[in-house]
Design a protein around this ligand. Structure first.
Ligand code: SIN
Ligand code: MN
Length: 203
């Protein structure tokens, strides 16, 4: 890993280019294994709208959304347990999280050319003193960070493949989202698109 000076985006810490190309490729391979065991699915919101990302998880629990609402669940919607979080992914957490626990959940979000993620808070976890670590792989994404309260000023930054963001401290409950991706900006994924890995201590 290449530790350059981190940047602060409204209290979130951005480590630009933390992951070298070979490390990014190894993470993609590890994610492919996860997806083989626990296939990507299109989650629905409580209102029955399909989210534009496809997702799956690794770890003892995975984040799911369906007509019953949002929650961490020990099982994939297909009924199987989630595969373990790959060691290459845990190593990224260890490098930047700065806490003495490891994550029990790794959300895998796949963004096709039209996918986006509306502004939201990560607040389904039990302990907000634990940070969220977010790894970007593949195409660039326009990441927006706002405030703990809804609305107000926001700041946007293009995340590139190999960038890692830590959402912690006073920004732990900051609203954030992805306005769009820029298709064709990375050759890391054979089929194009973007993978985001979100590591959390959920329980
Ligand atoms: C998320 O907040 O769930 C995803 C953020 C990202 O894709 O960068
Ligand atoms: Mn989030």
């Amino acid at each position: 890993m290449r530790h350059e000076t981190p940047l602060t985006v409204r209290g979130c810490t951005l480590h630009p280019g933390l992951l070298e190309p070979a490390e990014q490729a190894a993470l993609v391979e590890a994610v492919r294994e996860v997806v083989r065991a626990a296939p990507l699915f299109h989650p629905e919101t409580r209102r029955g709208q399909q989210m534009s990302v496809r997702m799956t998880s690794a770890g003892s629990v995975g984040w799911i959304s369906d007509r019953r609402g949002y929650r961490y669940d020990a099982r994939h919607p297909g009924g199987m347990a989630w595969p373990p979080i790959p060691p290459e992914v845990l190593a990224v957490w260890d490098a930047v999280a700065g806490v003495d626990r490891q994550p029990d959940s790794c959300l895998v979000n796949f963004y096709g050319p039209e996918a986006r993620m509306g502004m939201h808070q990560d607040r389904d976890e039990a302990d907000f003193s634990m940070p969220v670590v977010s790894i970007s792989l593949g195409d660039d994404a326009l990441f927006r960070v706002g405030n703990v309260e809804r609305g107000g000023k926001t700041e946007s930054v293009w995340l590139q493949s190999g960038d890692v963001v830590v959402i912690g401290g006073d920004a732990r409950l900051a609203h954030h989202g992805v306005d769009r991706i820029r298709p064709g900006t990375s050759t890391l994924l054979r089929e194009g698109g973007r993978l985001n890995l979100t590591l959390r201590v959920a329980l």
